[in-house]
Ligand binder design. Structure first.
Ligand code: ATP
Ligand code: MG
Length: 627
């Protein structure tokens, strides 16, 4: 079917459209009502229907594809690759669920999962889903304080952790973080289940609290735990946003709507049919990992490859060697990762047989044109930028090669996904912006299936964070965007970061991209700094590629010329600082607000999601040195 017809139907006849889409999954009881909008901006999809994410991801495939590989867990850190068929996955998930049950976990209980990208993390998530327990995966790279904050918010009955993760060949012990987090937490769970990878021989256990998974698994390996059927709108899991703009929000997902969105997107967006192979190089701690390492590929009967390690170790060809080895059809990663590879020799992209690879999807941050061009040329497959948020759970703006591939336009993630009623709004007038005009990206109600139900425990925060801007009928994405005459969207940056120079508003992305067109530049971050005359002026922080020998002043001058040529004198950076690292969140997003705070001597706000504090020291030093 053509994208246009598919999309139009989803907007003009939403109930009919989603009733059809609901057939993609198994329901124990069919929905009685497709959409309930009696309490906007809340909405409920597939009311009265009962289903289960684990059943759809695992049990449902046993007859037809029990012996097909479901999950390949590759670790270039430990040098292992573990393959599990759907039947083996079923066995492990049941054993895990039986262990959880023996520890008193049941429907509605929260379970925090603090683990690296290993198969047991997937078993744990699916085991929770099977029993109706609500998992909340906390990215393994977060330190004790972040873990404690999320524990206090989710109030879990149980914490599941690994002894350690590994990164770049170094063991990173998790257990000391767990101990410190439980110390700090106001409502620590009374039990901790540890998957001991035997990476950390120094690991200590607290008697009576810390339990060994392998011991308990051995007792329950032949158990079968019945699926708990859940009403479509009951919570399935919580996942915290990246915290780029402030304190992370605990996004609450439902069951039925999410399952349908996963089943729909894996075929129509990611073009994966049952039996085909998807490789999602993300972390299970992020939204991309939840949806496209775990739920969507498995609900779709695919084979999914998950990865523990760096994209550059043992060498920068490692991902493509995995694509060759496993016959990957669709690869999914982030612009940040590709920018890391871009610093390396492009011949790595040509070393392996990628004849099965059809698509590379990238999400999470703006995909700049030079990077998009570089990777497209290098791999020789279409590269599909897709825009979404932890809140949406699946791509909101993308192309849909599983239906028909519309032209790829560099710089734009493409067109709205089914069910997304998208507009760009002029925030001064509240009216829809004309094509080519900038404004705030919003979604009109109802939000499609898969999107958040609310913020955990905090309906008030849900209302004021997303619906406090243009009335209760409009969800604000808090991103600044533009739609072109063909209906393609481009994301210009976050509304918080918009720079207002003498009444003209500029998205951070516009200036950052102009700066990054300079061959010496690896990455740039632009912020608006107060200025008496102009209100705000742009200030640039940039990192240079390895091996650049030009004098900093020469490079900085050339950057200014580029910005002025491409965007006009208004956008001309007032100052340019060259640094060795830029502050980012753990999920790889630029933390512009921390740069702005340093420059303006203001309170940097919540920095708990900052990846590398040294990057801020680096910026401090650069400020002392001067531009
Ligand atoms: P918080 O909401 O806590 O401030 P966050 O917005 O960074 O954190 P995520 O949900 O991980 O948390 O990120 C979603 C955001 O990432 C989007 O709102 C957008 O700003 C950015 N983003 C994601 N994909 C793209 C893309 N393809 N192009 C441009 N920006 C993107
Ligand atoms: Mg956000």
């Amino acid at each position: 079917m053509r994208y246009e017809d598919f999309y139009r139907q989803s907007i003009e006849q939403p109930e009919l459209f989603w009733c059809e889409q609901a057939r993609r999954i198994h329901w124990d009881t069919p929905p009685q009502k497709i959409l309930d909008q009696s309490h906007p901006p809340f909405r409920r999809w597939f009311v009265g229907g009962t289903t289960n994410l684990c059943f759809n991801a695992v049990d449902r495939h046993l007859d037809e594809r029990g012996d097909q590989v479901a999950l390949v867990a590759v670790s270039t850190e430990t040098g292992t690759a573990r393959e599990l068929s759907y039947r083996e996955l079923h066995r492990e998930v049941n054993a895990f669920a039986a262990v959880l049950k023996s520890l008193g976990v049941g429907k509605g209980d929260r379970v925090v999962i603090y683990m690296p990208n290993i198969a047991e993390a997937v078993f744990a998530m699916l085991a929770c889903a099977r029993m109706g327990a609500i998992h909340s995966v906390v990215f393994g790279g977060f330190a004790a304080h972040n873990l404690a904050l999320r524990i206090d918010d989710a109030q879990p009955k149980l914490l599941i952790a690994a002894d350690a993760g590994m990164r770049g060949g170094k063991v990173i012990p998790y257990k000391p973080m767990v101990d410190a987090a439980l110390e700090e937490s106001h409502s620590p769970p009374s039990q901790v289940l540890i998957v001991d990878r035997k990476l950390d021989p120094q690991m200590t256990r607290v008697d009576g609290r810390d339990l060994d998974y392998a011991t308990l698994r051995a007792r329950h390996i032949d158990d079968i735990v019945p699926v708990v059927w859940l009403e479509s709108n009951e919570p399935s899991y919580l996942l915290y946003t990246s915290g780029t703009t402030g304190k992370p929000k605990g996004i609450q997902r439902d069951v039925g709507g999410y399952a349908v969105a996963m089943a729909l997107s894996i075929t129509t967006i990611f073009d994966i049919a049952p039996g085909q192979v998807m490789f999602t190089a993300s972390d299970i701690g992020w939204a991309v990992g939840h949806s496209y390492i775990v739920y969507a590929p498995l609900i779709g009967g695919a084979t999914v490859v998950m990865y523990e390690g760096l994209p550059t170790r043992p060498d920068p060809g490692v991902w493509w060697s995995l694509c060759e080895r496993y016959g990957v059809r669709t690869m999914f990663s982030s612009p940040t990762a590709i920018r890391m590879l871009k610093r390396q020799d492009p011949s790595w992209l040509k070393k392996y047989d990628l004849s099965k690879l059809k698509w590379l999807f990238l999400a999470g941050e703006p995909l700049d044109e030079p990077t998009a061009q570089w990777i497209t040329d290098g791999l020789g497959v279409p590269v599909i930028d897709n825009y979404w948020q932890t809140e949406t759970g699946w791509p909101a703006i993308t192309l849909m090669p599983g239906l028909d591939l519309k032209p790829v336009k560099f710089g734009s993630p493409g067109l709205p996904s089914p069910g997304y009623r998208m507009k760009v709004i002029d925030d001064a007038t509240g009216a829809e912006a004309a094509p080519g005009e900038k404004g705030v990206l919003v979604f009109e109600l109802p939000l499609p299936p898969g999107c958040l139900s609310t913020v955990w425990h905090d309906d008030a925060r849900y209302l004021h964070s997303y619906f406090g801007h243009f009335g209760e009928q409009v969800y604000s994405s808090l991103d600044w965007a533009i739609r072109d005459a063909d209906g393609y969207f481009t994301i210009l940056g976050r509304t918080d970061d918009v720079i207002n120079v003498a009444g003209h508003r500029l998205g951070t992305r516009e200036i950052e991209e102009a700066v990054a067109t300079h061959a010496a530049v690896a990455e740039a971050a632009v912020i608006g700094v107060q200025d008496e005359l102009k209100g705000q002026v742009p200030v640039v922080f940039a990192t240079l590629k390895q091996g650049v020998t030009d004098a900093p002043a020469v490079v900085a001058h050339a950057m200014q010329v580029r910005v002025t040529d491409q965007l006009g004198a208004l956008a001309r950076p007032a100052r340019i600082y060259l640094v060795n690292a830029l502050p980012k969140t753990r999920s790889g997003k630029l933390l512009r607000r921390s740069l702005q705070a340093l420059v303006q001597n203001a309170d940097p706000g919540d920095l708990s999601t900052l990846d590398d504090p040294a990057a801020l020291d680096e910026v401090r030093r650069a400020l002392q040195r001067g531009p």
